[in-house]
Design a protein around this ligand. Structure first.
Ligand code: ADP
Ligand code: NA
Length: 334
C-alpha cells in the first residue's frame, strides 16, 4: 500500500485530559506501534492555536512543557501557509464551524443555532481563522491521514475543502495537496463531566469538568462522584435525554470493554444505579491512567531532555515542510 503521512496535533493549553487520551494520544501510541516502516508519523504541539484564547505567557510556557512531556515541535512554515490559505477560504465556511459557533454562543449568551451572523462579540480574528491554521498544520506536511477525535471531523472536512481549492486555483504538474482523511479513534467524543452537552476540553474554566492525566486516584474519584447525570432511576444509554449517563457509559466502554457498543455496556447495568456505575468507572479510569501518569510525572521533571527533543522535532518539521512551501510559494507567485 502507498506510504502514509500521518499528522496530528495538540494545543499546549494545559495538562492533557481523558478526552485527549482516549480520542487522540492513546491512538497515536497505537499507530506508532503498528505503522509500517514506510509511513511517516508527525505529532505536533500547536502553540499558535492556543493564542486564539487569552493566555498568560508564563503559564503557556509551563503548559508547553506539560505537553512536551507527552510529545513535541515548532515550525514557522505553518503560519505562512495559514496566511495563504486564509486568502482562499470563504468566511461563510468558517462561520459554520461548530467550535466558532459555540464560542460565539458563550460570548453572546445564546444558543448555537441563533449565533449565526450576529456581531462577533469581542472574539478575535485568530479564533475565527483557527481551523485554517489547523489545515496548514496538516497540509504543510502534505499529510494523508489525520488521527484525531470525533470533535475534529468538521475541521478536517474544511481542511479538504481548502486543499481542493488550492489545487484548483494553483495548478501545477500535479495536484499539490492530498485530501487528508480522518483516522478514526475507536472511542467517541468524551463530554464534560459538568456540562455533558459540551465536550471535555482543556480550556473549560471549571477544572472539575475534566479528568487530567496527572490526577491522583482520589481526585479521579471525586470528579466522577460529582459528575452531572440525571435523576432517572436505573442505567440506560440515551445520549439525547441522558447525556451525562451516556458519557459515563462511553468512557467505561472505552476503558474497560475495548470500545464495545455502548448499548452493551449499558446492558451490564440492568437493575443497577449511578452509584454502581460511578464506582466501576472510577476503578477503570484509575487503572487506565496509572501508567501514563507515572511516565508523565517522571518525564516532566526532565526539562533539559524535553527541550532537546523539542529542538530535534522542530528541525525535522521545518525541513520536512520546506519542500511543500517552496512549491506553494512558486505556485502562488511569491
Ligand atoms: P482541547 O480541545 O481539549 O484543548 P485539543 O484541541 O488540543 O484539545 O485536541 C487534541 C486532540 O484531542 C485532538 O485530536 C482532539 O480530537 C482530541 N480531543 C480533544 N477533546 C476531546 C474529547 N472531549 N473527546 C475526544 N477527543 C478529544
Ligand atoms: Na480544541
Amino acid at each position: 500500500s502507498k506510504p502514509r503521512v500521518i499528522f496530528s496535533g495538540i494545543q499546549p493549553t494545559g495538562i492533557p485530559h481523558l478526552g485527549n487520551y482516549l480520542g487522540a494520544l492513546s491512538n497515536w501510541v497505537k499507530l506508532q506501534n503498528t505503522a509500517s516502516p514506510s509511513d511517516e508519523l508527525l505529532f505536533s504541539i500547536v502553540g499558535w492555536h492556543a493564542l486564539t484564547l487569552p493566555q498568560d505567557p508564563q503559564k503557556l510556557r509551563e503548559a508547553r512543557m506539560d505537553i512536551l512531556a507527552v510529545l513535541t515541535m515548532y515550525n514557522p512554515n505553518h503560519t505562512e501557509l495559514a496566511w495563504i490559505f486564509n486568502c482562499i477560504t470563504p468566511m461563510g465556511k468558517l462561520r459554520r464551524m461548530t467550535t466558532w459557533k459555540s464560542r460565539l454562543a458563550t460570548s453572546r449568551n445564546m444558543g448555537e443555532e441563533d449565533a449565526v451572523d450576529v456581531d462577533d462579540g469581542g472574539l478575535n480574528l485568530g479564533l475565527f481563522a483557527y481551523p485554517v491554521l489547523q489545515a496548514a498544520d496538516i497540509l504543510a506536511y502534505r499529510a494523508t491521514h489525520v488521527p484525531v477525535g470525533d470533535d475534529q471531523t468538521q475541521h478536517l472536512e474544511l481542511c479538504r475543502v481548502i486543499a481542493d481549492q488550492f489545487n484548483r486555483n494553483f495548478k501545477g504538474m500535479e495536484k499539490l495537496f492530498p485530501l487528508p482523511i480522518q483516522l478514526n479513534t475507536p472511542s467517541k467524543r468524551i463530554l464534560s463531566l459538568r456540562d455533558p452537552t459540551s465536550k471535555m476540553s482543556k480550556s473549560a474554566p471549571d477544572t472539575s469538568s475534566r479528568i487530567l492525566l496527572t490526577d491522583p486516584p482520589s481526585t479521579i474519584a471525586n470528579k466522577i462522584r460529582s459528575a452531572v447525570t440525571d435523576s432517572i432511576p436505573g442505567i440506560t444509554y440515551d445520549p439525547v435525554n441522558r447525556p451525562g449517563t451516556a458519557n459515563l457509559l462511553t468512557i467505561l466502554a472505552a476503558c474497560n470493554y475495548d470500545n464495545e457498543d455502548v448499548q452493551e455496556t449499558a446492558g451490564r447495568y440492568v437493575g443497577k444505579n449511578h452509584g454502581a456505575l460511578k464506582k466501576d468507572l472510577t476503578e477503570a479510569v484509575v487503572e487506565l491512567l496509572k501508567r501514563p501518569r507515572e511516565k508523565f510525572e517522571k518525564l516532566r521533571t526532565e526539562t533539559g531532555y524535553l527541550e532537546q527533543i523539542a529542538q530535534a522535532g522542530a528541525e525535522k518539521a521545518r525541513s520536512r515542510s520546506e519542500a511543500t512551501m517552496v512549491e506553494v510559494r512558486k505556485r502562488v507567485g511569491l
